[in-house]
Design a protein around this ligand. Structure first.
Ligand SMILES: Nc1nc2c(c(=O)[nH]1)N[C@H]1C(S)=C(S)[C@@H](COP(=O)(O)O)O[C@H]1N2
Ligand SMILES: [Mo]
Length: 307
């Protein structure tokens, strides 16, 4: 297996950005110039490391912020980096509704106040068969859900992205029935690997990566990890999800990374790791390498049927 979780916490306490970079550089044997130049200048967010972090070397800040999928800004991989700039991310509020005890429209700052941010280095796998390793800053979705109190009858959590075509130029084309929608089953939503990310490489989340707050579900294909979230709904019905609405045969509700279930138009058995001088192909790992932690949630389910 190419993947193992860190069994212990690597850094003593809180890891400011400068330390993060220094240690990474030492570990990778990268010269100071390369990594510093490609990354934001200063430590901004205090994080603690997580036992759930991958030990793999993260992709460069440049790879992570220049090769994106974010159709609200166009369908090209370079479009988000080019056009996301004009998005206003402050002020930002998130409407929380449905089957919760404390529904409301919350300021992002209130939703995250007092929450300890973690550094979570996760493998990331797009359904288009490319992969990265990304050092997120974030916290478990369950922390937020417990704050607002999910009611016992709720079985799913639905998410929506902002709809603001004046700033999101891709929304002037009907590539997707806006707003972008996603959803998780409740056990998936409450799983400790499921995070809301508000940062990257110790700094605020770049707009092209889904600022100011996006979902990251590392054992599922990337399109489940919805960006720039403005609404979170607890519901007893399986929510509609954008890619499933567009093409249900190709994109299921579960979309767990699975090397044995091919996309109708391409194989998922291997993937291309973004970055480096030579494009490296590697085998796709079941549940993107998170099998030990998540497989039990799908016991007894036919994953070919529930793709
Ligand atoms: N709102 C929204 N969220 C989205 C997308 C999108 O187009 N719109 N693309 C998804 C897809 S297909 C992928 S692979 C990831 C890409 O995340 P990244 O650009 O941060 O690597 O975002 C996902 N979240
Ligand atoms: Mo994707």
């Amino acid at each position: 297996m190419a993947y193992r979780f860190k069994s212990d916490l690597k850094w003593s306490d809180v890891t400011p950005k400068a330390d993060f970079l220094n240690r990474r550089q030492i570990m990778a044997g990268i010269g100071a110039a390369g990594l510093i130049a490609a990354s934001p200048a200063r430590a901004k967010i205090a994080t603690v490391p997580s036992k759930y972090s991958s030990t793999e070397e993260p992709n460069s800040f440049k790879d992570i912020t220049k090769y994106n999928n974010f159709y609200e800004f166009g369908t090209g991989k370079g479009d988000p980096a080019k056009y996301a700039d004009r998005l206003t991310v402050d002020p930002w509020s998130v409407k929380i509704d449905g089957m919760v005890d404390k529904p409301g429209t919350y300021d992002l700052a209130d939703l995250t106040s007092g929450v300890q941010m973690e550094e979570r280095i996760y493998r990331f796998r797009c359904v288009e068969a490319w992969a990265m390793v990304i050092p997120w800053v974030g916290f478990e979705l369950s922390t937020l859900l417990n704050r607002v109190g999910v009611q016992s009858g709720a079985k799913y959590i639905a998410f929506e992205t902002l709809e603001r075509p004046s700033e999101m130029i891709g929304q002037n084309s009907r590539t997707i029935p806006w707003p972008y929608r996603e959803g998780l089953r409740m056990d998936e939503a409450m799983h400790p690997l499921t995070i809301l990310a508000t940062g990257l490489y110790g700094d605020d989340l770049p707009k092209q990566n889904g600022a100011p707050i996006r979902l990251v579900v590392p054992w599922k294909y990337g399109f489940k990890s919805i960006k720039s979230i403005v609404r979170i709904t607890a519901t007893d019905k399986q929510p509609e999800t954008s890619w499933n609405m567009i093409n249900p045969r190709e994109y299921g509700f579960y979309s767990n990374v699975n090397p044995t279930v091919d996309h109708p138009r391409w194989s998922q058995a291997s993937e291309r790791k973004i970055g480096g001088l030579v494009a490296k192909r590697q085998d796709t790992l079941m549940f993107n390498g998170y099998e030990e932690d998540v497989a039990s949630m799908y016991k007894g389910m036919d994953l070919k049927e529930h793709y």
